[in-house]
Write a protein that binds this ligand. Structure first.
Ligand SMILES: NC(=O)c1ccc[n+]([C@@H]2O[C@H](COP(=O)([O-])OP(=O)(O)OC[C@H]3O[C@@H](n4cnc5c(N)ncnc54)[C@H](O)[C@@H]3O)[C@@H](O)[C@H]2O)c1
Length: 269
């Protein structure tokens, strides 16, 4: 159901790989709410993914950009403003990848070249995206920038590996850049800390099925789905949340505040 919450707003959405991607669901919901946007992903993902289908469905153009490349990002920002006919109101950073996880390296046996690459893609890229927008004054006043994160930034989940450190860095960048973007441009910057979600990136985490089932039993409202996340992100892009900034917003059905649930106690009773 549409409430036209994003009518007249323009944005950039990173990270829609396939129809399971949180960015994919978000793009569909943003479109329903009247937002118009450019879709972007790493050039390699263009070949693998089905992004053209999403572009068609949402009347969007696609601009490939490796989120670690300043040159690609500068091009993306300039071209997006040309295509959309003005400055940007919302940006979704929905990007994550750990080479150590992909190659099956344990946290206690990291290959640091892999660590650096994963950090650049998953965490520093958020700074690079914001700096590219900031430098050319691409954001409209009261715009909103959101990145997706996970609670392993605060609490240890052994198989989340070096992504935990990447997410801690990402959340810190949101606070630090949020200060400058707020002061200078009246733009808000937040991270949404999402429940485990069955996507390509999510399922790359070792033991994911146990992980998601445990979270479901621990969360009073159950896990937040990708569709739920899309709805929350729409609200963060809308004018209804103008004074929310520099926050890490848990979107996890209550998991982060639950010590233990009855279902888990029953399993040990
Ligand atoms: N799935 C979960 O359980 C879960 C939970 C909490 C947070 N998140 C976060 O949500 C975000 C989206 O992930 P998802 O679960 O939708 O998985 P996904 O695999 O669908 O999306 C990850 C995206 O990152 C893109 N990407 C990788 N390297 C890139 C690069 N160099 N430049 C640009 N894009 C690049 C991929 O192409 C892909 O589209 C990630 O930040 C992830 O960490 C996921």
């Amino acid at each position: 159901m549409s409430h036209n919450l994003l009518s007249g707003k323009r944005g950039i959405i990173f990270g829609a790989l396939d129809e399971n991607s949180i960015a994919w669901k978000t793009a569909e919901r943003v479109f329903e709410e009247g937002g118009r946007f450019v879709l972007t992903n790493a050039p390699i993902a263009m070949r693998m993914g089905q992004i053209n289908e999403l572009a068609k469905k949402t009347s969007s153009e696609i601009i490939p950009a490796d989120a670690t490349s300043e040159e690609d990002l500068e091009n993306l920002v300039t071209k997006s403003m040309e295509i959309l006919g003005g400055k940007i109101d919302f940006v979704l950073h929905s990007i994550g990848m750990s080479v150590n996880v992909r190659k099956g390296r344990a946290y206690t046996d990291e290959k640091y070249d892999f660590t650096t690459k994963g950090w650049d893609v998953s965490a520093l890229s958020f700074h690079k995206v914001m700096q590219s927008l900031y430098k050319v004054d691409a954001m409209n006043e009261w715009g909103s920038i959101v990145a997706l994160t996970y609670m392993a930034a605060q609490r240890t989940f052994p198989d989340y590996n070096d992504m935990a450190d990447n997410k801690a860095y990402l959340e810190s960048v949101a606070r630090s850049f949020g200060y400058f973007f707020g002061k200078e441009k009246k733009v808000r910057v937040n991270t949404i800390s999402q429940s485990p979600t069955p996507t390509t990136a999510g399922q790359g985490v070792k033991g994911f099925s146990g992980f998601i089932a445990y979270a479901e039993k621990m969360s009073p409202l159950g896990n937040a789905t990708a569709d739920d996340c899309a709805n929350y992100t729409v609200s963060m892009f809308s004018d209804l949340t103008r004074k929310v900034t520099m926050q890490n917003l848990f979107h996890d059905g209550g998991f982060s505040m639950t010590g233990v649930s009855q279902e888990i106690i029953d399993q040990f009773g």
